[in-house]
Design a protein around this ligand. Structure first.
Ligand code: G16
Length: 567
């Protein structure tokens, strides 16, 4: 076993997006593509002044570098089990060993869900963690792969850190890699590569302990003992083992409550993006009636941080879910003392704002990306946060957490005795309803989307104050955010039109697509009148949708007759 010094050349496309570096599997499988990114990351960490502090130059690092912040440190490693997960783990172990890391803790089989990785980093006070996942993006040999770094707080690297990694990838010319044989990652125990110790752990253990500390498992066992039925579709992604052990193994949900639970490299052909367009089977099961019909349905995504929840024949939007979890938080042991505040991403509906106002707690509006919640959570300014993209979470971790949301909803149902539908309808009666819809235009040529956004920007100054039918635009801007904790700013986070009836139209380019560009159009119509809370969503936002087209000409710019997906 020895450390090899290998010459390499930079890849120009290694700038991380909304959540790490995501590319087609074929891109990651190019010689040295993964190696370069990992070497750049290790260089930046090695040259840093601590787990979360990149040196401004981006680091000079390398095996021979004088500053070696990783010496004596532990990194966590795991992924969602998709195609290329296993070879990537072996590559990363050899690079880490050659770059002076002392210890790696990794999930058995190379498996760790994103929330579990966050839990392991926090509980074991690790330096940080490397997570292999392209989240909700398709898996398999023709699908996507991804890698991201999480910091010592368990949360995604800040933009400062990801920019430092990117800067390093652009000047990288040397890799340091052990020539050790591949190690067996499928048995719990201890291994060694060069001087680096590897501890292979049960991927579920730390995470399950966190869940036990938050929720009343006896209460939930009682709910299932009374005959309550749940159906969780893990989409043959990484959430299966977690849901199976905790729901069926620990709190007594009937066997077969968790379906598609075995993680597969191609997700068994499922698209583990839990939105109504991808969960036909769940929607069908939740429409059945009678004794055997589940009362709560849920689906998880590729890395188990997202969740879709629904009652019988009744889908709950992620924005409403966040609002209701906030409303009922005091019913949960972990939050019975109340919430410090809440946060939502800008495109997420304003439903949670109204609950926060009633509770007298602050509500922060951040750009899209879970990383923006990190500082607010670390500073104790917020307890719950969520996004329209099916993510909800709390201060228990620094990632969104799909199974946590399911346990939360089950707990609310167990205490109140109400169905999901009646809880949500009661909420609308009290707070009003935000009809919400998102139109995605996938795989549009980048130049079309660039032109659309550029022209939309140019129109902004003239739009404020204009009246369209019964609505007048109060705010027309490109969302910018100043972090209240560290004062860092993030601009160009989406074009926002806010109307005088509290309706909103938002245009944003996705930061997670791996092919061409994805344009997202978010529509929110606020309806305070309970007599108007029963419209089909598409109908309720039809006027706003037409207005969006009138103002932006999305269909003209994208050369599309309509959105690829409307949810
Ligand atoms: C990631 C981020 C989320 C974000 C989502 C969608 O989620 O962690 O904060 O909302 O992408 O981002 P975009 O609209 O830019 O595609 P995940 O679950 O993919 O890691």
């Amino acid at each position: 076993m020895s450390i090899q010094t290998i010459a390499t050349r930079p890849f120009s496309d290694q700038r991380p997006g909304t959540s790490g570096l995501r590319k087609k599997v074929a891109v990651f499988m190019q010689p040295y593509y993964l190696d370069n990114f990992v070497q750049a990351l290790l260089d930046v960490l090695n040259a840093s002044g601590g787990p979360d502090v990149p040196r401004e130059s981006g680091g000079s690092g390398g095996s021979g570098g004088e500053a070696r912040a990783l010496a004596g440190q532990t990194l966590i490693l795991g992924g969602d089990g998709r195609f290329f997960n296993r070879p990537a783990i072996q590559t990363i172990l050899k690079l880490a060993a050659a770059n002076g890391l002392t210890r790696v803790v990794m999930g058995c089989g190379g498996i760790l869900s994103t929330p579990a990785a966050s839990a392991v980093i926090r509980r074991r006070q690790a330096f940080g963690g490397i997570l292999l996942s392209a989240s909700h993006n398709p898996g398999g040999a023709d699908g996507d792969f991804g890698i991201k770094y999480n910091m010592s707080n368990g949360g995604p690297a800040t933009e400062t850190l990801t920019e430092a990694i990117y800067a390093r990838t652009q000047v990288l010319n040397t890799l340091y890699c052990s020539d050790a044989q591949d190690v067996c990652i499928d048995k719990i125990g201890r291994l060694q590569v060069e001087h680096m110790q590897i501890e292979v752990i049960d991927p579920v253990g730390d995470y399950a302990a966190v869940m036990r500390s938050l929720f009343d498992f006896d209460l939930l066992s009682g709910l299932f003992a009374s005959g309550f039925l749940v159906r969780v579709d893990a989409m043959n992604a990484v959430g299966g083992p977690y849901a199976k052990q905790i729901l069926e193994g620990e709190i007594g949900a009937p066997l077969d409550s968790v379906v598609n639970f075995a993680p597969l490299e191609d997700f068994g052909g499922h698209h583990p993006d839990p939105n109504p367009a991808n969960v036909d089977d769940l929607i069908y099961r939740m429409s059945s009636k009678g004794m055997g019909a589940p009362k709560l349905g849920a689906a998880l995504d590729g890395d188990a941080d997202r969740n879709l929840v629904m009652g019988r024949n009744f889908l709950v939007t992620p924005s409403d879910s966040l609002a209701l979890l906030t409303q009922y938080a005091r019913l949960i042991p972990a939050y019975q003392g109340g919430l410090a505040g809440v946060a939502r991403s800008m495109p997420t509906s304003t439903a949670v704002d109204r609950v926060a106002k009633a509770l007298g707690i602050p509500c922060y509006e951040t750009p899209t990306g879970w990383k923006f919640f990190g500082n607010l959570l670390d500073a104790g300014l917020v307890t719950l946060c969520g996004e329209e993209s099916y993510g909800t979470g709390s201060s228990h971790l620094r990632e969104k957490d799909g199974l946590w949301a399911i346990l939360f909803w089950l707990s609310v149902i167990a205490v109140t005795g109400q169905s999901m539908e009646s809880l949500v309808r009661d909420h609308w009666k009290t707070y009003g309803r935000s009809y919400y819809s998102r139109h995605d235009y996938l795989d549009v040529p980048v130049e079309y989307v660039d032109t659309l956004m550029k022209d939309l920007h140019a129109k902004l100054p003239a739009l404020a104050g204009q009246t369209f039918g019964r609505r007048t635009i109060l705010v027309a801007d490109d969302f910018a955010y100043t972090d209240p904790v560290d004062g860092s700013t993030s601009s160009h986070q989406g074009v926002r039109l806010v109307f005088d009836d509290a309706s909103r139209l938002i245009f944003r380019v996705s930061g997670t697509s791996t092919e061409e560009a994805t344009l997202r159009l978010y529509m929110e119509r606020f309806e305070p009148d309970p007599a108007c809370h029963c419209e089909p969503v598409a109908l309720a936002v039809a006027e706003l949708s037409a207005l969006a087209e009138h103002i932006s000409k999305v269909r003209v710019y994208t050369r599309r007759a309509g959105p690829t997906i409307a949810t």
